[in-house]
Write a protein that binds this ligand. Structure first.
Ligand code: IMP
Ligand code: MG
Length: 193
């Protein structure tokens, strides 16, 4: 695993290709699947105004692309949850809400928009918290699912792709905060995972 200083040097001097084992999901595949999900969501929420709650920061690129394709009127708000120590790549300890909603979710149709469900602890924590605020409905839309790593059950209503147990980056997902901007999802080389 690279240190922050090494990763910063790679990011500036070599770019992502030095860390990329292979492209797992291409820009075109993402575009197509996100459009399909938006179509399905628009159909399911017809006649309502869902509140899309994006889990920062990984979900942000997924959210904005999804929004562009949604035809159902909707609102958006943001939450941030931290469960990863700086630089760490494994879930440790209780997730903590570091940014809460500005919107009252009571009687709202809430759709959580998350980048990836890994152990499941992050989204489970958010689901439990929001449920106490009595929304009309509460569902999960996740771009990626790594079922091999699941520790708690998470009901995923809308899913982009199921992926193998490998560390991925790009399209909102970071490698120690770098490379969220890549337009595709890539697998990190084994020696850096
Ligand atoms: P969980 O609580 O274990 O489900 O963790 C979910 C969070 O971990 C996601 O929102 C991501 O921020 C992060 N995460 C999990 N797997 C990956 C990965 O392969 N690449 C980048 N971030 C990941
Ligand atoms: Mg995330």
């Amino acid at each position: 695993m690279l240190s922050h200083a090494q990763l910063d040097a790679v990011a500036h001097h070599q770019g992502y290709t030095a860390l990329l084992e292979r492209v797992l999901i291409s820009e075109e595949q993402l575009r197509q699947r996100v459009a399909e999900l938006a179509e399905q969501i628009s159909r399911d929420y017809a006649g309502r105004t869902p509140l899309l709650v994006c889990i920062l920061r990984g979900g942000v690129m997924f959210l904005t692309d999804l929004m562009k394709h949604l035809t159902v009127p909707h609102h958006v708000d943001f939450m941030a949850v931290s469960s990863y120590g700086v630089g760490a790549r494994a879930t440790r300890g209780q997730p903590r809400i570091t940014l809460d909603l500005n919107t009252d979710v009571r009687d709202r149709h809430v759709l959580l928009v998350e980048d990836i469900i890994d152990s499941g602890h992050t989204i489970d924590h958010v689901l439990r918290l929001l449920q106490t605020r009595e929304p009309a409905s509460l569902r999960v839309c996740a771009l990626l699912d790594k079922p091999a790593r699941r520790e708690v059950y998470v009901p995923i209503t809308y899913l982009g792709f199921e992926i193998p147990d490998e560390f991925v980056f790009g399209y909102g997902l970071d490698l120690d905060e770098y490379f969220r901007n890549l337009p595709f999802i890539g697998v990190v080389k084994k020696e850096y995972q």
